[in-house]
Design a protein around this ligand. Structure first.
Ligand SMILES: *Cc1c(COP(=O)(O)O)cnc(C)c1O
Length: 372
């Protein structure tokens, strides 16, 4: 029995050719032509002017916030339902993350709950496009304008996704991406921030490279970081981004095939695509309803026994020991939607190498387990 993994990158001749070029020419570190090429091409794909590569998505988020001068005493409003990296990035700056519950349909941050959390310390809103579906950005853009806040997108799961015809990552002041091995395009480990703002770009370039003084190398007037991507990673990234449209089509095709094959299965909530977005279905995520018959965890265990990899939904931030035990979030606030989906959600195999017949297999096994 062949195991169907939850994810697998698609790497080919082009990636090999570009990486080989780095090795042959000796340009393996963070200088070299692939860095600029990858940054420019990825920014172009996002529809923005500048791309600044980083070591991973977590550092991209941190660099974005640091470049905006966010720090101690500041508050950043973000969803509770996300990956821990979003909250860590806020905490690295010394600022306080303020959590918002999810909306039921898209599982994204409920934008109607943001305004009442804004106070004089609030500096930024940090929405996350969960599983490839864009957050409803217009209400957030309005709030950002009204209260003079920065808008930073965590688009780590939303390469190429669109909101009202514009690409995720281009919808606020800064967009942050990850190129981890399971993301829509990958560099192994890697990340990038994208922006139209030249000042932010200059600041980010300074901070990601130890903040050498402009006129004098090895003289430093502020605390900075080494978040430099290597030319080898960028070589893989360039090869990947040159195929991004194919990858997005593939993800959408996977989603379509799941939808067709899961039709009529009782007790499943399939992912939505609001009229105003293009969902890139980073992961094909579903909810197990009461009517399904068995719990999410039981289904995951049985699918694993049948050779199908799945993952449970994220544990929300307000349930994370590192957050709760450090007094970062108020224990009295409840987040019923995030709690509910975290208990019931899982995602099915959505890798780039998945074949149509694999999807059919997954769906058949899921039905069989239900009917046992
Ligand atoms: C993957 C991911 C990140 C972090 O990216 P890394 O490259 O793993 O550091 C951040 N936010 C979200 C929503 C992610 O899915």
């Amino acid at each position: 029995m062949k195991f169907i993994p939850v994810n697998e990158p698609l790497l080919g001749k082009k990636e090999l050719k570009y990486v080989t070029d780095c090795i042959k020419t000796g340009w393996i570190s963070s200088k070299g032509e692939y860095i600029n090429k990858f940054e420019n091409k990825f920014a172009e794909v996002c529809g923005v002017k500048y791309g600044i590569s980083t070591t991973n998505g977590t550092t991209a988020l941190h660099l974005a916030l640091a470049s905006l001068g966010i720090g101690k005493g500041d508050e950043v409003i973000m969803p509770t339902f996300t990956m821990i990296a979003t909250a860590y990035a806020v905490l690295y700056t010394g600022a306080k993350p303020v959590f918002v519950d999810s909306e039921e349909r898209t599982w994204n941050m409920d934008t109607s709950k943001v305004e009442k959390l804004i106070n004089k310390n609030t500096k930024a809103i940090l929405p996350v496009h969960i599983y490839g579906h864009s957050v409803d950005m217009d209400p957030l853009r309005k709030l950002a304008r009204k209260y003079d806040l920065y808008l930073v997108e965590d688009a780590a799961e939303a390469h190429g996704a669109e909101y009202r015809g514009e690409r995720c990552g281009s919808l606020g002041d800064i967009g942050c991406f990850s190129f981890y091995g399971n993301k829509i395009i990958t560099t192994g480990e890697g990340g990038m921030i994208v922006t139209n703002n030249r000042k932010i770009t200059e600041k980010a370039r300074l901070l990601k490279d130890l903040a050498h003084s402009p006129g004098k190398r090895f003289l430093h007037s502020e605390l900075a970081y080494n978040y430099r991507m290597t030319n080898m990673q960028a070589a893989v990234g360039l090869a990947q981004v040159e195929q991004i449209n194919k990858f997005i089509r593939k993800k959408r095709k996977i989603a379509q095939t799941y939808k067709e094959n899961l039709k009529g299965v009782k007790g499943l909530r399939l992912p939505v695509e609001e009229k105003w977005v293009k969902n890139v279905y980073w992961m094909y995520a579903i909810l197990i309803e009461k009517g399904f018959g068995i719990t999410r965890d039981k289904l995951m265990t049985e699918l694993a026994e049948e050779g199908v990899g799945t993952r449970a939904f994220f544990v929300p931030m307000h349930r994370q020991p590192v957050i709760v035990n450090n007094g970062i979030c108020d224990k009295k606030t409840s987040y019923p939607v995030a709690d509910d989906i975290a208990e019931r959600g899982l995602y099915l195999p959505t890798g780039m190498t998945l074949r149509e017949k694999d999807i059919v297999t997954v769906c058949n096994k899921l039905r069989e387990i239900q009917q046992k």
